[in-house]
Design a protein around this ligand. Sequence first.
Ligand SMILES: Cc1ncc(COP(=O)(O)O)c(C=O)c1O
Length: 411
Amino acid sequence: MTEEDPAPRRHPFAPIPEWAGVTTRLVHGARRPEHNAGAVVPPIYQTSTFHFPAEHSEAAGPGQVYLYTRLGNPAFEGPAEAIRALEGGEQARLFATGMGAITATVLSLVRSGDQVVALDELYGSTLDLLTELLPRFGVRVRLVSLAEASEPEKLVTPGTRLVWLESPTNPKLSVVDVRRWAEVADDRHALLAVDNTFATPINQRPLALGADLVVHSATKYLGGHSDLLAGAVVGPSALMERIDAKGYLGASPDPFAAFLLERSLKTLALRVARQNENGRRVADALARHPAVREVYYPGRNSPEEEQIAARQMSGRGGMVSLTLRGGAAAVDPFLHRLRFVHIASSLGSVQSLASVPAITSHRHLSATELSARGIDPGMVRLSLGIEEPEDLVRDLTEALDAVTVEPTAPL
Ligand SMILES: Cc1ncc(COP(=O)(O)O)c(C=O)c1O
C-alpha cells in the first residue's frame, strides 16, 4: 500500500450489511452520526423541549425535527429501531410502560359497538383495562379460557374488532397457537395483538406468525436489569400511525429510560440464551424433586402444546412455575431459604425473581376463580436470571429439600 493509495476507510456509521446476525445488529444498530458527535455510545438527550427555528414551522416526523419530548426525542429512536428489527415489523413506538403501550394500542383501535376477544389468562392490568374501562365506552369484551382458545373459529365473530393474546401465559406458561388465531382473525377482519413480553422476540416473533401487532412490557426482558420502565408496540405503518398518533394519551418514555433500554438491548440475545438454558435446566430439576407437585414450562403442559411450542418458539424462555406439594404453608419456608432468587414480582431480569401468583399478579381473583384456573395457593412463579445454571439448580434444590413433606413410613 503506497501513501498515494491509502487503505479504503469504512465510515464508522456505515449501514449494517444484510448478512449481520441478531447480536451484531443489536450492538451496532443504532447509528445516529448526525446527532451524537461520533460518540460510540449515544448521549441521553435529557431534555423536555428542543430549539425550534421558525423555518421548521411545519412540524416534521421523527429524525427530521424534534419539538417536545412527549412527541419524540432522539433517545427513543435507537431502541425503537432495535425492537422493530427484532420483531420484524415496519414501525415501532416506545412508551413509558408496558401498560402505556397496551392502553394506547387498545384505545386507538376500538370504538363503541366493537367486540374485543381476549384470553382470560392475561396480565392482570391488561384484564382490568379490558373489563373495567372498555365497557364504559360501549366496547363488548369476551374473555375466553385456555380450553376454549383451542377453537378460535368459534370465538371470533364478524363483530370482533380486536383479539388480544399472550403466549406463553401467566402464570401457567401455556402456549397458545398464534398462527391459528391469526388465520381466524384475518378471515373475520379482526386485528390480532400479541403481548410478547414473556417470550421475547429472540424466542418468538408473532408478526411472522401472522399477528398484526406486538406489544411489550420492555420493563421485563428487553430492559432486563430491573432498573427501568418502558413499553413498545410494533406493527405495520398503517396501523402504527393510528396508535396515539397525536400523542395525547401521553405515555411517552423518559429519555433516560430509553437510553438504558438501548444499552440493555445490546445483550438481549445473550441474556435470553442463558435464560432459556436456565429455564430448561431448572424445569428438569424441579420435575424430579419430591417436594414439587407440578412444574409448568412452555410446551410441557400437554403434547399438543409441545407441538405448538416447537412450531412457534425457538427457545422456551426463563419462566418456570411450580406448585409445592406442601401447599401454601410450604411457600414461605421455601422462598426464604433461597439465596439467589429474590422474592419480587416482575420478571425478565438478570437476577432470578420469585413471586406467588395467588397473592401478587392474581390477587384480584377469588379462591373459586383461582381454583377454576388451576392457580394453586402453593404455586410459585420463577423468573430465572443469568446466573450459572448449576447455582440456580443447587439453590432451588436445597431450599426444596428443606420443605420436603416427610414420606410416610415404609411398610
Ligand atoms: C405480560 C405483561 N404485559 C404487560 C405488563 C405491563 O408492563 P408494565 O409494568 O411495564 O406497565 C406486564 C407487567 O408485569 C406483563 O407481565
